[in-house]
Write a protein that binds this ligand. Sequence first.
Ligand SMILES: [Zn+2]
Length: 284
Amino acid sequence: MSYVNMRDMLSKASHEKYAVGAFNIVDAMTAAAVVRAAEAKRAPAIIQTSVKTAKLYGCAFLVATVKALAKKANVPIALHLDHCKDLSLIHSCVKAGYSSVMIDASSFPFEENIRMTKEVVEMAHPHDVTVEGELGAIVGVEDDIHVKEQESHLANPEQALEYVSQTGVDVFAPAIGTAHGIYKGEPKIAFDLLGRIAGEIRAAIAIHGGTGLSDEVFKKCISLGGAKINISTQIKHAFKDSLSEYFRKSPQVYEPVKILAYMRDKVQEVIESFIEKFGSEGKA
Ligand SMILES: [Zn+2]
């Protein structure tokens, strides 16, 4: 229990057909909101940090914060580095104690993506750190990685099989038509492709761009094999909206702790609602 990597939580989710929420945090308060939501719903949860967040605070600070929260929790909590193509930062996170990392070399040619991913797997696995890799190009902006709609392309199923077997990744993020940020119009998800890939590979499947997908789409992705679903944009909105709401309601308050507690509770509510949608409630 408490501080773990993603292996057991995602294999259980894959088998039992629910998904574990992977929530991007920006500070200790949002990390606490994830752990409190997971405990309230008795669900496993993944705390993710973007490269930007890892650079803002430093890996050691984030590891210490999440470990302190996880050790007191009676549900499994993983700390995962989201989309990173910088091998030296991945190495620093592994050394600092992240329990999971993502190497996103999807913008490189296929062979180079395999080579870089394999290097990360060989470096991370001896430390019992799980690795997520990506194939195809997920549209939208994630940190410093910008993918325009015309540049996006879906994962190729033959290459997916080869990528997963050659690299040994634990978690695989295929581009299936979901997007980072806010969807413009109805997203076109390649469900057939998702089902085909999930049926052939041994790695757990991660679905990126969870914010804005309908309950139906979540259900379908999970039934086809999605075991990890990333939520980032919605948390940023809850963060900002709760802050503006607080100032609108109580413009005279200047006590930061009161404001932070209010924001934490609002972020926690949002996370709890995703845990319910993903079916991971009661699974810890
Ligand atoms: Zn992503």
